[in-house]
Ligand binder design. Structure first.
Ligand code: KIV
Ligand code: ZN
Length: 524
């Protein structure tokens, strides 16, 4: 972390911890979290800007879409190393090499299981056969790129002497990073640290590689295990934003970064992460995956800096450090300001956006400012969160084939609920009335009649951006058509208007997708 809440001990290069983010690979692997290529690019750009050292962008052999996302992210990345995952299979490694060669710094991350249970039941291979596989695949990867990471899947359930032989072999064949994952989330911090100490001591060429931790959270100790691994000599942490990942998830990036920053007195290690971007990263990943962040989530939960009890509030008023171990500002939670309203000018708005981490071009700024003014006319107080939602949904609806013109709803106990809607499609105005099983259903039926389509609604989710009855509602809608999914968000003080806007925005995104697929098939 570039700034710390605690007195830094002297930090040298050997105390530098590499942050390897796998939100787009291990994170995306968890059910329901799949992201579109545009969403992955948006996340990758933000991770790169935030100072993540290595972005694991995907698993190139898994699908054409995954391959293309890794290529695009590799082309875009300014600073980070881009990694592509590969099983210990020659075709996987070749495909990962093909994808990451577009990066300024590319890495092949190849893995094979090493534990007896995986060898016997899943791989049906002997220990000696797996050693031969490591030799062949790490050598192949190293012939393609300089930067090769090798992972011992299920390392924490592997006998230490055999694990040491595997690690030695991988380093001999050119692996520059050795990752020892707690794949099943079984280890306890002391054991995990002891495994690194033993391996670093036993393996004769251990000094030729950087050791890495990769912890799953099945027993809720992924972050504690990661920190124990670092204290035992590892210098790379594999983690994900909001801790998303297989089953119970991976170690959360924001938690390991802040633990290292806040407790630098006993964990004297340094990362390059700009911690002020953590909240933005959390919100973006939550929005594109539609995975809500639990309210009491460490660092980025909405309650992480709220103080409810009288005793705590009293302490906070007297001295913030009585109940706060880090400032909200250090993780990008700006103290909510009440000054933005209908009298605020463009300069103040631009300044506010800057403080929230947005640098918009002139057109996007003008568009956001117009929508801010319209919101300020309808809402007494415009909070920072409102502005973020407004800008984020503006980014999401940048290309508008379909535009909402007007909407009125009849809702209530007497039913049937009815929506009257006017939209513009490529400049042509269309109007429709529809009934539904509730007002949202009526709106979606009206849209279906106005813009006939075969997309299926996979997710509809509403949350209030701030507190109060005049809070903006942020609606996420995920549509799926021919195996392609898009997620769109929209915010408005009227939940039903936000619902219509989000659905229309998703249709606009699908339209962009269809056009790019058509363009590709014409080109090929
Ligand atoms: O959990 C795990 O073992 C993994 C490997 C592919 C590194 O994700
Ligand atoms: Zn994993």
């Amino acid at each position: 972390m570039t700034e710390s809440a605690n007195t830094p001990a002297a930090v040298s290069d050997k105390d530098r911890v590499i942050i390897f983010d796998t939100t787009l690979r291990d994170g995306e692997q968890c059910p329901g979290a799949s992201m579109t290529m545009e969403e992955k690019l948006e996340v990758a750009d933000l991770l790169d800007e935030m100072g993540v050292d290595v972005i694991e962008a995907g698993f190139p052999i898994a699908s054409v879409g995954d391959f293309e996302s890794v290529v695009e992210i590799a082309r875009h990345a300014k600073r980070a190393t881009i990694a592509g995952l590969a099983r210990a299979i020659p075709a996987d490694i070749a495909r990962a090499g093909e994808a990451v060669r577009h990066a300024q710094r590319g890495r092949i991350h190849t893995f094979v299981s090493t534990s007896p249970i995986h060898l016997e039941f899943q791989m049906r291979k002997t220990q000696e056969e797996v050693l031969d596989i490591i030799k062949a695949t790490v050598t192949q990867a190293r012939n393609l790129v300089e930067d090769v990471e090798w992972s011992a899947m299920d390392a924490t359930r592997t006998p230490i002497d055999y694990l040491a032989r595997c690690v030695e072999m991988a380093i001999t064949c050119g692996a520059t990073t050795i990752n020892l994952p707690d794949t099943v989330g079984y280890a306890m911090p002391e054991e995990y640290g002891a495994m690194f100490r033993a391996i670093i001591e036993k393996v004769p060429n251990a000094d030729k590689a950087i050791f890495s931790v990769h912890c799953h959270n099945d027993l809720g100790v992924a972050v504690a295990n990661s920190l124990a691994g670092i204290a035992a000599g590892a210098r790379q942490i594999e983690c994900t934003i909001n801790g998303i990942g297989e089953r119970a998830g991976n170690a959360a990036l924001e938690e390991v970064v802040m633990a290292l920053g806040v407790r630098r007195d006993i964990l004297p290690y340094q990362t390059e992460i700009n911690s002020r971007m953590l909240t933005r990263a959390s919100k973006l990943v939550s929005a594109v995956t539609s995975f809500p962040v639990q309210y009491n989530k460490a660092i980025v939960g909405r309650n992480a800096f709220s103080h409810e009890s009288g005793i705590h509030q009293d302490g906070m008023l007297k001295h913030a450090q009585t109940y706060e171990i880090m400032t909200p500002e250090s993780v990008g939670v700006t103290k909510t300001s009440l000054v933005m309203g209908k009298h605020s000018g463009r300069a103040a708005f631009r300044d506010k956006l800057k403080s929230l981490g947005y640098e918009l071009g002139e057109n996007a700024l003008n568009d956001a400012f117009t929508r801010f003014k319209s919101l300020a006319d309808r809402k007494k107080v415009v909070y920072d969160e409102d502005i973020e939602a407004l800008v984020d949904s503006g980014i999401a609806t940048a290309s508008e084939h379909i535009r909402l013109v007007s909407l009125s709803i009849i809702a209530g106990t007497r039913g049937p609920q009815r929506a009257t809607m006017e939209i513009e499609v490529e400049g042509e105005t269309r109007a429709q009335e529809a009934e539904g099983n509730g007002p949202v259903d009526a709106i979606f039926n009206a849209i279906q009649a106005l813009v006939p389509h075969s997309a299926k609604l996979e997710l509809y989710q509403v949350h209030a951006v701030t507190g109060g009855t005049d809070a903006q509602a942020e609606v996420s809608v995920r549509l799926e058509e021919d195996g392609k999914a898009v997620t769109a968000r929209a915010a408005d003080p009227d939940t039903l208007v936000a619902s219509a806007l989000a659905y229309i925005s998703a249709l606009n995104k699908l339209q962009v997708k269809r056009q790019s697929v058509n363009a590709q098939s014409v080109a090929s």
